[in-house]
Design a protein around this ligand. Structure first.
Ligand code: NAP
Length: 244
């Protein structure tokens, strides 16, 4: 039976590209989103039109209730979940650290760190001893620090890296693999949401490959890590960052 997969934040950007690619490779996909039902529906419709299986589920992954409801709704629609992509992530407004509001700090940590942990915990509980795969979306910011832009976001992604390693080692004996992908700057709406839609043009020249990533290029790495082709890979943070 094809594997059931939840992609958090699967309605746009890297998550949407991952959902589409994974569905094309035979996963039955739950496309989670927070607010934009129309965007999620567009992804689900495209997957179904291509012959795949997908369902859209609204849930705020920054809350315990939201995560439990997400897994329940996903399993009711696509069967047992054996794979998770912790993709949903936010930066808050771009700016120097002394200007960041407490509420932004709290929300970024709630979604990027707590949300990834709650989803991974729910997945590991439900995987039982059947095995499974988790891929967390980190960022090169975890190792550059993102000074002057969003150091709190960088710190949240460093937490994701440590979490990936520790959880991978803890559950390896149960046949569960846990990895992360650390993208460099990628052409999605996240830059506009951070308040600087033209950020891609500003940062392009400092990337060794001299361009930003397309979401599909990040999705390739995520789906490879989910697949049996990566059967001996766990506890790894794979940089997909144009040379950064
Ligand atoms: P994006 O285009 O801004 O899309 C974010 C997605 O996350 C949307 O589907 C959004 O749903 C969803 N989301 C946000 N908060 C949520 C919540 N509380 N619960 C459930 N879903 C939520 O983001 P992206 O650029 O594709 O980034 C995806 C991941 O890659 C993030 O973890 C990000 O940190 C990481 N990353 C991105 C870049 C980059 O340059 N783009 C670089 C490095 C790492 P709604 O639209 O419904 O709100």
């Amino acid at each position: 039976m094809p594997t059931g997969l939840i992609v958090t934040g699967g309605s746009r950007g890297i998550g949407a590209a991952t959902a589409r690619l994974a569905a094309g490779r035979g996963f039955r996909v739950c496309v989670n989103y927070a607010r934009d039902a129309q965007a999620a529906e567009t992804v689900v419709t495209a997957i179904r039109a291509a012959g795949g299986t997908a369902v859209g589920v609204q849930a705020d992954i920054g809350t315990e209730r939201g995560v439990r409801d997400l897994f329940d709704a996903a399993e009711a629609a696509i069967g047992p979940v054996r794979a998770l992509v912790n993709n949903a992530g936010i930066t808050g407004p771009i700016g120097r650290f002394e200007t960041v509001e407490t509420e932004t700090l709290r929300r970024v940590l709630d979604v990027n760190v707590l949300g990834s942990m709650l989803c991974a915990r729910e997945a590991v509980r439900r995987f039982g001893d059947q095995g499974g795969a988790i891929v967390n979306l980190s960022s090169v910011a975890a190792t550059t620090g993102a000074a002057g832009e969003y150091v709190h976001y960088a710190a949240s992604k460093a937490a994701v890296d440590a979490f990936t390693l520790g959880l991978a080692r803890e559950v390896a004996g149960r046949g569960i693999r846990v990895n992360a992908v650390a993208p460099g700057s990628t052409l999605t709406d996240i830059h506009a949401a951070a308040g600087e839609p033209d950020r891609p043009a500003r940062v392009r020249s400092r990337i060794p490959l001299q361009r930003l990533a397309e979401p599909e290029e990040i999705a390739e790495a995520v789906v490879w890590l989910l697949s049996d082709a990566a059967s001996y890979v766990t506890g790894t943070v794979l940089r997909v960052a144009g040379g950064f």
